[in-house]
Write a protein of this length. Structure first.
Length: 746
């Protein structure tokens, strides 16, 4: 007799046991949120109104098309017989204008909208527990479960129809989850947010009316406001075509502009009709959230969402800088959440005051946070969510199979598909590495501000001696010079602050008058108020320009005392770092000495370069003023010749500067090991007749060199500060900006 063996059932793992507890946390059902009779009537009114507006717009398009047909079929012979050639021209112009109006009214059907972020769809077999958990919350809030779940990098979540209009009358819905939320919220908080979005699913009528409202509204937005390649083509023809073509195109543009007031009015009307309903819809969804997560958690989630939104905004602002360095964050959600720690108490206070002061406006689709929190307090709900086990809450990332891997994949997709960057995984770097670099840069910038006690104006040469990287002849004498120059700098500080503020004001007058003189030189009218003039005469502009130049020279001499003392102080401290006995007293002295030895020649080069770029700024402003007149005076030959002449001079200077930067190494660590200042600041010089290209290239040059100079002197100032501390000199206090002082006085 054959023996049989039985296999014991597999024992639950710690992970499976944890997931079982998580599902039990939302086991049960909340009390449904009822819809009032007034709300139902409002939904019916808005739905009827949206349909009526759509039919009204369709009728306008039909009438415009009918007019084109009627005019084309009926008016040719009568107009030609009565007015001869003039009648033929009139017939053609009316036909073109009416056809163009009809075309632009139906253009949203033909033209695709602009690029939008497309969330990544998650398959059930990739994230099985996430689907199970969302379905459990759906049951808890009496809502149909979504057919698909999508994720993106945003600090937001949303609910919608999976196939748009085709899914409107079914339960074919999709849920989008921002990974920044999952990274930055607790499980209970995220569960409340999901209950809010799934609560929209439970409001089938409100969901459909909301979708219809957005569909109609954004149709009107595209018709009234959106510009595309067809608009650009019409604009170019009205500027570049022969006189007949320009005349016809200008006429078409005028009537198209008039016709766009029709969808604009319908757009405003649609929004006014729907706003109150959409706000009530949000209040009801908030009640779902409060009943599942609890009123107390609703309040904490609201505050946390404001912080995550700010952190995400900072992450988006950091991307260009990371891209310049050849290093993009491999996880945008992690970067956004990590940025929250940089929200200082002062920023947090401003954020709270902004939230508390914000009132719900007539055209707002979402209520203010204050009103939403008060509505949740009225619920006074303890919350259905209850997590058994050793912890009463967990990170929200626990419901994903491998959150970090998913977030990195979604980040790469965002770079490639939504931003349009040709980026490989090699250019992606761990967020912690980037944050460490950011912390170091932030500390160095604070040291720069402390060291000089004033923010040096941008595009301004900073003083430093070439000998700062060489060993001194007499270290004791150099130490005394450092202490004395530090005191002289502090003695001149108040006067320098006043002088630098006046310098910026006078420099602005110099730019304005230079622009006015450029217009006078080509015989164009000058509006006095636009250029800080009283009478708007050539003599006045010339006189003010001359006085501005003289004042700048005088003020620069007055500012020299502070700058010389500051430069000597910095140079002495850095030169002392070449002394072995000093290096031993400074933390990481050897490494710091090596770094400073490399950076000082770069700082000298960049500072001298900034001094030479002052004339660039005047040229840049003059070309900008002249180019701003092209739309109205494109046939003025003097204007064209003046722009071309300025561009030729610009091009020569840019080409020479491009060559100078060719062999100058980029002074900081970069993903591209052999990066030069040429590649960083002027990758390529546009053609000499490329107005937009040269202006953009020059602006890029200014921005990049300012970044390099500030980073260079921040590193040098941080090192010099450590040397001074080694000699017993206390750190100077962290100064406050004038804006901060003004806020305190208020």
């Amino acid at each position: 007799m054959a023996s049989t063996t039985t296999t014991a059932p597999p024992q639950p793992t710690a992970r499976s046991e944890q997931l079982r507890h998580i599902l039990q946390a939302v086991d049960g059902q909340i009390e449904p949120v009822p819809l009032t009779t007034g709300y139902r009537w409002a939904m019916a009114f808005v739905a009827f109104g949206m349909a009526l507006l759509a039919l009204l717009y369709a009728a306008i398009v039909f009438l415009a098309g009918w007019f084109v047909y009627w005019h084309a079929a009926s008016n040719f012979q009568p107009l030609l017989a009565k007015f001869s050639i003039f009648g033929l021209v009139l017939y053609a112009v009316v036909l073109l204008v009416s056809a163009a109006i009809t075309f632009f009214l139906i253009k949203p059907i033909l033209a695709r909208g602009g690029p939008r972020e497309t969330p990544q769809r998650l398959k059930r077999n990739a994230e099985p527990f996430l689907y199970d958990y969302v379905e459990a919350i759906s049951r808890a809030v009496h809502a149909p479960a979504p057919r698909s779940i999508r994720v993106d990098c945003a600090p937001n979540a949303s609910a919608g129809y999976r196939k748009g209009l085709w899914s409107m009358f079914s339960n074919d819905m999709t849920l989008s989850i921002g990974l920044t939320l999952a990274k930055g919220l607790s499980l209970r908080q995220l569960s409340g947010v999901l209950a809010h979005e799934l609560g929209h699913f439970a409001q089938q009528g409100g969901m459909r009316v909301s979708y219809l409202t957005h569909l109609v509204y954004f149709w009107f937005v595209r018709t009234a406001c959106e510009r595309d390649q067809w608009d650009e083509w019409l604009f170019r023809q009205s500027v570049e075509g022969n006189p007949v073509v320009r005349g016809v195109c200008y006429t078409i543009r005028f009537f198209v502009w008039l016709s766009r007031w029709v969808p604009w009015g319908l757009m405003v009307l649609a929004w006014v009709m729907a706003c109150a309903l959409l706000r009530q819809r949000e209040f009801d969804a908030d009640r779902y959230e409060a009943r599942l997560a609890g009123t107390r958690i609703f309040e904490s989630t609201t505050k946390r969402l404001a912080e995550l939104t700010l952190g995400h905004q900072w992450a988006m602002d950091q991307l260009p800088e990371f891209w310049d360095e050849g290093r993009l964050a491999d996880d945008l959600a992690a970067l956004s959440v990590a940025n929250v720690k940089y929200i200082t108490p002062d920023i947090r206070k401003v954020l709270r005051e902004h939230v508390s002061r914000r009132k719900t406006g007539l055209f707002d689709t979402h209520p203010s946070d204050v009103e939403r929190v008060q509505s949740a307090r009225d619920e006074n709900a303890p919350g259905l969510f209850h997590l058994s086990g050793p912890k009463d809450d967990l990170p929200a990332t626990v419901i994903f199979r491998d959150f970090d891997e998913l977030s990195r994949a979604v980040t790469l997709k965002y770079y490639r598909e939504d931003v349009g960057l040709r980026v490989s995984k090699k250019r992606l770097h761990p967020v912690q590495d980037l944050l460490q670099r950011m912390d170091e840069e932030r500390e160095a910038h604070e040291a720069l501000h402390r060291y000089f006690q004033v923010r040096i104006p941008v595009l301004w040469p900073l003083p430093i001696d070439r000998r700062a990287a060489s060993p001194p002849h007499d270290a004791k004498e150099l130490r005394d010079d450092m202490k004395a120059s530090r005191q002289r700098m502090l003695d001149e500080l108040d006067e320098y602050k006043r002088a630098s503020k006046r310098y910026e004001d006078v420099e602005s007058k110099l730019f304005d008058t230079a622009g006015a003189l450029a217009l006078f030189d080509v015989g164009l009218p000058v509006r006095a108020a636009d250029f800080g003039l009283n009478r708007g005469s050539h003599a006045e502009a010339e006189d003010k320009n001359r006085r501005a130049r003289e004042a700048l020279e005088q003020m620069a001499g007055g500012m020299l005392a502070f700058e010389s003392a500051a430069g000597q102080r910095l140079s002495c401290a850095l030169q002392l770092l070449q002394v072995d006995q000093v290096v031993e007293k400074v933390a990481d002295g050897q490494q710091l000495r090596f770094e400073i030895t490399q950076l000082v020649p770069e700082a000298v080069f960049v500072s001298e370069l900034m001094g030479e770029l002052r004339t660039f700024r005047v040229f840049y402003h003059k070309v900008g003023v002249l180019c701003s007149q092209l739309d109205r005076h494109h046939e003025n030959p003097d204007l064209i010749y003046a722009i071309l002449g300025q561009l030729e001079r610009f091009h020569r200077r840019l080409t020479a500067l491009h060559e100078r930067l060719k062999d100058q190494p980029y002074p900081f660590d970069h993903a591209q090991a052999d990066m030069t200042l040429q590649e960083y600041a002027i990758p390529a010089v546009p053609e000499d007749n490329d107005v937009g290209g040269i202006m953009e290239c020059t602006s890029h040059l200014f921005d990049q060199l300012v970044k390099v100079q500030v980073r260079l002197f921040a590193r040098l100032a941080a090192a010099a500060e450590k040397v001074e501390e080694a000699f017993g000199l206390e750190r100077l206090p962290q100064p406050k900006d004038d804006d901060d002082k003004a806020e305190e006085s208020e």
